[in-house]
Ligand binder design. Structure first.
Ligand code: ADP
Length: 461
């Protein structure tokens, strides 16, 4: 059913209520009929008893006085009750006219002392009690009938009220149900209205949390928590875009200004060469930065694009060290590598692991003054591979250790200012280790050096 919740609730309410009312009326009807039958039976039984007493009193005085007494009694009964009495031989001593007109003979009583049946006498319905009365050795057969009409009328009236009142009641109750469901859905409407007003411009807005500790409160709290997460991600994206554009603007401005100044007037070839090599250097830096930005943007999509294959970390580290040695050569730094004799297998993406190692080696080289050392060590401890990249560089203040793995964060900006970098390397390193199910941490002593630890799960295949 594609009906709105409110209509669905009302239909359901209507159906349940209708069925309940019908069942209730049916039970009432049953009870009413049962109680009428009992009352009518009781009434005719009482009449039977009265006749019994009368017969006991008048039987000794002979048949004549029985007849007279019965006639008098019959005329005294104001509520239309009838009676007929026969003696042992089946001869009538008295019959109310309706009995006379209706049935000529009494139905057999069998061996029961009293029995009830319903019959039509002279167009009306009667409940008849049949009884055997024995007095002074003489047996009489007695019929005492009570008209059922007044009771039937009461039952009819009751049924009519049911028929008329039931639909009206169900309708009224359904209308009430419609109104009630509207009332209880009102908070949901308020949530919808507020939610519709929340957009990128006012993500800090929250839904009003209702007082009662119910499902709606849980819903609003869940939506609010979701909004908080969306806001945080949005904030991150904003920050990322702002930082990225800031970091890109500077090198582009350098390239542009260098070219403009060089072209302003004719210059000797030497000056052009200088300008071009500055432009080239800055472009190389910029393309590195762009590469990092793209990796970071891609990292938000998860591990997609990584090809996880069995990889010997020892061999990888040897390759990385060779490249790192080229970087270190200019600064007269030594790079050493210690690996176990047996291969250390991990399931990893070769390009990503190479990148990770180069980021760490590049940092070690960048932040270590000339003449320093960079030591790389690989070891395996049960199911964990451990890579340590240690340098004798400037170190990182303890307070900065917590955030150097975040995007665009650089420790102690004043000190790193003259060292190029955008603060993306370690964020990429952390993403790569996480995608391989590993961890990366840093330890450092200012002025003495830093160690970066990477733990990766060893592959069993
Ligand atoms: P970048 O080097 O481009 O600034 P990274 O994310 O690689 O960005 O590093 C973040 C910051 O961590 C650096 O700016 C630097 O302050 C600090 N850092 C990283 N590696 C080292 C290191 N080996 N020695 C000292 N500081 C480091």
């Amino acid at each position: 059913m594609n009906l709105p919740i409110r209509a669905r609730l009302t239909v359901l309410y209507f159906a349940v209520l209708g069925l309940t009312f019908v069942a209730f009326c049916w039970i009432c009807d049953l009870g009413f009929r049962h109680s009428i039958e009992t009352t009518v039976n009781e009434s005719s039984r009482t009449n039977l008893e009265t006749i019994g007493r009368l017969l006991a009193n008048t039987a000794p005085q002979g048949e004549g006085s029985i007849r007279t007494e019965l006639r008098d009694l019959s005329s005294l009964w104001a509520n239309g009750a009838l009676l007929e009495v026969a003696d042992e031989k089946g001869e009538w001593l008295f019959r109310s006219p309706q009995f006379l007109r209706a049935s000529p003979s009494l139905p057999p009583l069998a061996d029961k002392n009293i029995a009830f049946f319903t019959t039509n006498l002279d167009l009306s319905q009667y409940r008849v009690a049949l009884g055997l009365v024995e007095t002074a050795g003489v047996r009489f057969q007695v019929h005492a009938a009570v008209p059922t009409e007044p009771f039937d009328q009461a039952l009819d009236r009751f049924r009519m009220i049911e028929k008329e009142a039931l639909p009206v009641l169900v309708l009224l109750a359904s209308l009430l149900g419609y109104w009630l469901s509207g009332e209880s859905l009102e908070p949901v409407n308020r949530i919808i209205q507020t939610a519709q007003q929340i957009g990128a411009q006012n993500l800090s807005r929250r839904l009003e949390v209702p007082e009662p500790r119910d499902e709606l409160r849980r819903l609003t709290e869940t939506l609010n928590a979701m909004l908080a997460r969306i806001e945080a991600s949005f904030q991150k994206i904003r920050q990322f875009t702002a930082d990225a554009s800031h970091d890109l603007r500077t090198p582009v401005a350098v390239i542009r200004t260098t070219a403009e100044i060089a072209l302003r007037r004719p210059r000797p070839a030497e000056e052009y060469r200088d300008a071009l090599s500055r432009i080239l250097e800055t472009s190389v830096e910029t393309s590195g930065l762009l590469e990092n930005l793209l990796t970071i943007a891609r990292s938000d999509a998860g591990a997609a694009g990584l090809k996880m294959l069995p990889l010997d970390l020892s061999a990888q580290l040897h390759k990385a060290r060779e490249q790192g040695a080229v970087l270190a050569a200019d600064k007269a730094l030594s790079i050493t590598l210690r690996t176990p004799e047996t291969p250390v297998w991990v399931r990893a993406d070769e390009i990503a692991i190479h990148r990770l190692m180069l980021i760490l080696i590049d940092n070690a080289v960048k932040y270590t003054p000339p003449g320093g050392r960079c030591e790389i060590a690989l070891s395996q401890n049960q199911d964990q591979a451990h890579i340590a990249v240690k340098d004798t560089g400037i170190g990182i203040p303890e307070s900065d250790l917590d955030f150097i793995f975040e995007r665009f964060r650089r420790a102690d900006r004043a000190r790193s200012r003259e060292i190029p970098g955008a603060g993306l390397g370690l964020a990429i390193a952390r993403w790569i280790t996480q995608m391989h199910g590993g961890t990366i941490t840093a330890e450092s002593t200012l002025g003495t050096g830093s160690v970066f630890h990477i733990h990766l799960p060893v592959s069993t295949v």
